[in-house]
Design a protein. Structure first.
Length: 284
């Protein structure tokens, strides 16, 4: 346990993440919330447990990090709160209230956008007794574990990302985009190795789902390299597994992590989460 900027903090995993203790986010002052923001930029992920957050509380908190981002899919946003997206397997009056099995597969959010989201926040409204863990992979630790020769090979490489490809090939909820949705989400290129603007630390930044090509290594050779790097980064040495409890609030830094959801018995349990995003900047 350490005391940093008057916050009681413990690691989520040695050298990665911060669990912040003894804070009630709805009643915290703006100055106290800003200390949580500072911890987020340093640690790659933050967990605050035991919270009771209204939608207004969530919007106030997310606003301390920056401007809340819109959601590509708007069908399941919370009524009256377009920046809050519902993840759920509940069906009310014959209609699903949220997206189900969203986010399964290692990825980073909005990697198909010119400016991917900086932060993803999940707030647990109801959770299963088992399953539905969220896994985070530490891109900085993975980068630091590579040999200097491998780092030199990877540093100049760039990846081609495609939302159209992602939606057509995803395991859950695959769909063909409308012409309007495709036009709003053109393909982009991003660096394979990303530099964190807070302190200049570098992170391995591959992804699955959206990547169609490694620029300069076209075809199977490049995609095999991406698969190799994702497998390396998501090994046990670099992964934190979050086991959810109601009232947990988990935030991760998309600039230096990969994440994936995991499945659960959706015939036996209900799961409802509120997801929020914060706008980011162009990767470099």
């Amino acid at each position: 346990m350490t005391l940093a900027d008057d916050l009681r903090i413990s690691d989520l995993k040695p050298g990665f993440g911060a669990r912040i203790h003894d804070i009630d986010l709805p009643s915290a002052s703006d100055a106290e919330l800003d200390k949580v923001v500072a911890a987020f930029h340093r640690h790659g992920a933050v967990v605050v447990s035991g919270q009771t957050m209204t939608p207004d509380d969530l919007m106030r908190f997310i606003g301390r990090f920056g401007e809340a981002e819109d959601h590509t899919q708007t069908r399941f946003t919370l009524p009256g709160y377009p920046k809050i997206f519902i993840l759920s397997n509940r069906v009310v009056d014959g209609r699903p209230i949220g997206a189900h099995n969203d986010g399964v597969g290692w990825h980073t959010d909005y990697s198909y956008k010119p400016e991917p989201v900086m932060l993803t926040m999940l707030y647990a409204v109801e959770v299963p007794d088992e399953g539905s863990d969220t896994l985070l992979a530490d891109g900085c630790a993975a980068w630091n574990a590579l040999s200097p020769e491998k780092q030199a090979e990877l540093l100049p490489l760039r990846l081609h990302h495609s939302y159209k490809h992602f939606m057509a090939t995803r395991e859950f909820g695959a769909q063909v985009l409308s012409p309007e949705m495709e036009a709003a989400n053109p393909d982009v290129e991003h660096p394979l190795i990303r530099t964190h603007p807070a302190d200049g630390r570098k992170a391995l930044w591959p992804s699955t789902g959206t990547v169609t090509e490694v620029i300069g290594k076209p075809g199977p050779e490049g995609l095999a390299l991406v698969d190799e790097l994702v497998a390396f980064m998501t090994g046990d040495d670099f992964v934190y597994r979050h086991k959810w409890a109601k009232g947990d609030l988990l935030m991760w830094d998309n600039r230096c992590t990969l994440h994936t959801g995991t499945l659960y018995d959706d015939t036996k349990y209900f799961r409802t989460m509120h997801r929020l995003w914060v706008k980011g900047d162009r990767p470099y």
